[in-house]
Design a protein around this ligand. Structure first.
Ligand SMILES: [Zn+2]
Length: 484
């Protein structure tokens, strides 16, 4: 595959705002009947005047500061014209870097780790703009007409544009993950909400033109869409073809990018200053206050967690970057359970795996006290770690039940009656003379016997104890590290 250059445009809805960007309609438009969270301003009715939501500016300010960007002291808006049914005014109120208008933030950088390396991605700019409405195809792409829902129209959006500093789809994914963690720690966006974070990617490979991929709706799809596109462009060039400058759409279902209308040139948008919103001045005092009030950011939190809980950098980073709620869950549970390493790896290794496998949203049916309870059963020898990870945890998540109930209902628990285990060990040894001979020659062959005993005990014993018993019955000395 050829070397690639990737730049991203990320749209982040300020979901934590109470109202839209230029009117007093509530921001919470999801699951509302179509066209009920609207007013003359966000419907673009003639004569309706927009009024800037100052809280939105403050939120954009905190993101700018945490990216080490340069805050514009005069926030000016511009009109970007295009004709599409989701945009009732015929223009979108946004920001622009000319005509005396400037975006709320310029420059800055985001530092992330990819495969253990540090990677710096420069930020070009960050601007405030309004979200358009939503087009609904009542019968999929075959629809003869479309419906328009203006509930989303006027929702405050931050558009963040990076320099083309990323070289692989993995780096692009890591960028979006880190950015998501950042805005969640700043408390400006709950990115889990559908459509709250949307990505457009610009990608070119050596010897080809730049292609823009629009409409990428999830972090995982950022990586998939870019992989597809880099392969497509490389193959085209390798076969002697050309990569044209164009806009493509990501089709998440078919997992391909498809060609779309040719890209508008900047001048076709006929940018002009927005005359209905006076410039908003950011005073020194406001800027200082925003700096003072910045909450703990992901990098600081990772450092603190490494120190406070003696976690590895890997565990702390996954907890914080993968999803803020994961780190919150860990820290709440850590108040109740102090084997922090075991707790962190239960979350990072097992919990994330089950969430993925069961297709559950993160945070569903899991409580800090349940995690603490689950692991203390393991510590007290009531159940094995294996049972906790493979049986209790998934049932807990699937059925929303506390660990004690799962253990009771499934009849789990460790058989601690040594005589009972020993009698089963002896029975298995009697019934498997060939395996016993093998085991005497090759210690690895003991695994089979351990498995037979565990099966007879329905998994309710500690495999290490079983192994030691078998070894002692066979007259072998207990081996260190044989439980691996
Ligand atoms: Zn409104």
């Amino acid at each position: 595959m050829r070397k690639a250059k990737i730049g991203l445009e990320v749209h982040i809805q300020l979901t934590k705002l109470k109202t839209k960007l230029f009117c007093s309609c509530p921001s919470d438009y999801r699951d509302k009947p179509p066209n009920t969270v609207v007013c003359p301003v966000c419907l673009g009715l003639p004569g309706a005047l927009p009024k800037l939501n100052e809280e939105a500016v403050k939120m954009a300010l905190t993101l700018c500061l945490s990216l080490n960007g340069k805050v514009s002291r005069k926030v000016v808006f511009a009109r970007k014209h295009y004709f599409y049914p989701d945009l009732p005014k015929g223009y979108q109120i946004t920001q622009f870097t000319s005509l005396g208008s400037s975006p709320v933030c310029q420059g800055g950088q985001l530092v992330m780790r990819v495969d253990g390396r540090e990677k710096v991605v420069r930020i070009r700019r960050l601007q405030l703009e309004e979200d358009p409405g939503r087009i609904v195809w009542p019968r999929g792409k075959a629809s003869e007409y479309v419906l328009v829902d203006y509930n989303r129209s006027g929702i405050a959006l931050i558009e963040l544009v990076t320099e083309p500093d990323m070289e692989t789809p993995e780096e692009a994914r890591a960028f979006v993950e880190k950015l998501r963690s950042l805005v969640e720690h700043l408390g400006i966006c709950d990115c889990e909400l559908e459509g709250a974070m949307r990505v457009d990617a610009n990608v070119s490979v050596e010897g080809g033109e730049r292609v823009e991929i629009k409409n990428i709706g999830s972090i995982k799809d950022v990586e998939k869409a870019l992989k597809f596109e880099i392969t497509r462009q490389s193959t085209l060039l390798d076969q002697g073809g050309r990569v044209e400058r164009e806009t493509r759409h990501w089709d998440a279902e078919r997992r391909v990018t498809v060609g779309a209308r040719s890209k508008e040139l900047e001048e076709e948008y006929r940018y002009m200053p927005e005359p209905n919103i006076p410039p908003y001045l950011i005073e020194e005092g406001l800027l200082e206050q925003a700096k003072r009030e910045l909450p703990e950011l992901p990098d600081q939190r990772i450092k603190r967690m490494i120190k406070e809980y003696s976690l590895s950098e890997y565990l702390a980073s996954v907890l914080v970057i993968r999803d803020k709620r994961l780190a919150d869950l860990f820290e709440e549970a850590a108040k109740l359970y102090t084997n922090y390493k075991r707790l962190a790896s239960l979350l990072v290794v097992d919990y994330l795996r089950w969430v993925e496998e069961l297709g559950l949203p993160l945070g569903k049916c899991v409580k800090p006290e349940w995690l603490a309870e689950l692991l203390s059963y393991v510590d007290r020898g009531k159940i094995t770690l294996e049972q906790a990870r493979e049986t209790v945890l998934p049932s807990m998540l699937r059925e929303c039940k506390e660990p004690s109930r799962v253990i009771e209902e499934k009849g789990l628990g460790v058989v601690r009656d040594v005589d009972k285990i020993l009698s089963i060990v002896r029975k298995v040894l009697r019934e498997n003379p060939k395996a016993v001979e093998d085991a005497k020659k090759n210690p690895k062959a003991i695994n089979f016997l351990v498995g037979q005993v565990m099966k007879a005990l329905r998994g309710k014993a500690d495999p290490r104890t079983v192994r030691q018993m078998i070894e002692s019955e066979l007259g072998m000395s207990a081996r260190h590290g044989s439980d691996g």
